[in-house]
Design a protein around this ligand. Structure first.
Ligand code: RAT
Ligand code: ZN
Length: 426
């Protein structure tokens, strides 16, 4: 610490770069986070809330890595119990070779932070630990460990296991918010139409006015029932706007008008090529570059709608940042799926902050298994802190000074406030 550094006022200048960086790291570690896209469920959804070592090991990111190194036919893996699948993955990815991929490292971070002996490599001990956990207190422990304010689930009204929970006596849990996922509606209208008909909506394939108003009614019913913070869809790389398709009609005549009325954003996750290798099931999806022009045209044509966008291809990230500079109704979020790796998170976060300042949501976890929030957030917090420390160092180098309270404010924006403010915006 240099002699003119005043720890009370906590103003950092070019003389205090080391203290500045230490403060940024501390604030990034301590600031509570809103995780705006996960596949986790509140405990009331019972078996839909995945947790524990066997679910961690059979995460589809790890399944894909395991199936690359196994010689057995894929089917032989799928007929195994979850526990046996986990045994194979543990043996192949953690013992037969070192667990240095991001998904493997994540499991180790989780075990360590829960107080387990990572060096012991004792899978039975880990299983015993989780078997003895009480779900409610385990959820509390994980939320505390991560310093999670709340998470947003992915709620699919077409999911047979999930729908009955919403239609029953579901008592909302304030830490688990809903997001209405409409992939079936937008990406396979034929299928959605039959299901809607079965639930009493007066719809037909041809998307005539009566059907349009019934699809709107369905969306409104579900937004209200789930109190969803936004409605979301994942889209293929060839997603175009405008296009001559049922999807276009449903987006423009149903999703966007309802989203506007209910004041919720429409989140688009663009670039996933589903079932590139169907034999890998959930692990079989790939990606390709998409057209950012489709996002620009939507934002321009519907200025009264709010759009949240994340894209899966690394090659789309720069174009997407530039698009976001043009539209304040567009909020970029997260490093999605195959981008949720340290080298790419760092690259994307730097670029986004350089082009968009603090007006982004740098990360979401996409966790499918409860404890994954521990590693996904710990790893990302470290990277975001590193990028921010560099950026503050650059500005104090000009003679600008940065205050403690300003660092807290900025990190608060990135870790949740930007999202909550965007939701409130009309
Ligand atoms: O990241 C994932 O787990 C993917 O399988 C997808 O769920 C993706 O995040 C999505 O929301 O479609
Ligand atoms: Zn997801």
């Amino acid at each position: 610490m240099t002699s003119d550094f005043d720890p009370e006022a906590r103003t950092y200048t070019r003389e205090h770069v080391a203290e500045l960086c230490a403060t940024v790291t501390r604030v990034c570690t301590e600031t509570a986070v809103t995780d705006l896209h996960t596949h986790l469920f509140a405990p009331a959804f019972r078996e839909l809330l995945l947790y524990g070592i066997d679910d961690l090991l059979t995460y589809h990111y790890l399944v894909a890595e395991y199936l690359r190194v196994s010689d057995a036919p894929y089917e032989q893996f799928w007929v195994l119990s979850k526990r046996a699948q986990a045994d194979h993955i543990w043996q192949a990815l953690f013992l037969d070779r070192s667990p240095i991929s991001e998904a493997c490292r994540g499991v180790l971070t989780v075990l360590d932070r829960l107080g387990l002996d990572v060096g012991g490599r004792d899978l039975d001990e880990y299983r015993e630990y989780f078997a003895e956990r009480d779900v409610a207190s385990h959820v509390n422990q994980v939320f505390d460990c991560v310093n999670l304010k709340c998470i947003v689930m992915t709620n699919d009204p077409f999911d047979e296991k999930e729908r009955p929970v919403w239609e029953g006596e579901y008592a909302a849990d304030s830490r688990f918010h809903a997001a209405l996922r409409v992939d079936v509606l937008l990406n396979s209208w034929g299928n959605a139409c039959e299901r809607l008909e079965g639930w009493g909506y007066d719809v037909e394939k041809s998307l005539k006015p009566r059907t349009i108003s019934e699809v709107r009614r369905f969306l409104t019913d579900w937004l209200q029932r789930t109190r969803a913070l936004y409605t979301a869809v994942s889209l293929p790389p060839d997603f175009a706007f405008p296009e001559d398709s049922a999807r276009h009609k449903i987006i423009t005549e149903c999703v966007l008008p309802v989203a506007r009325l209910e004041n919720v954003p429409f989140a688009m996750m663009i670039g996933v090529k589903r079932a590139v290798n169907p034999a890998l099931r959930l692990a079989g999806d790939g990606l390709a570059r998409s057209d950012v022009g489709a996002v620009e045209r939507l934002c321009a044509a519907y200025p009264e709608n709010k759009f949240m966008v994340t894209m899966l291809s690394r090659e789309n990230q720069h174009d997407l940042c530039v698009a976001a500079r043009k539209f304040r109704n567009l909020l970029l979020f997260g490093c999605w799926w195959f981008l949720n790796n340290p080298s790419l998170i760092e690259e994307m976060t730097r670029m986004r902050i350089e082009l968009l300042g603090l007006s982004i949501v740098p990360q979401h976890s996409d966790a499918r298994v409860l404890e994954q929030v521990i590693y996904k957030w710990e790893h990302s917090r470290q990277i975001i802190a590193k990028v921010l420390a560099d950026k503050y160092t650059d500005v104090v180098g000009t003679g600008w000074s940065v205050r403690d309270s300003e660092i807290k404010r900025d990190v608060g924006l990135l870790f949740g406030e930007n999202f909550w403010n965007f939701l409130k915006r009309t």
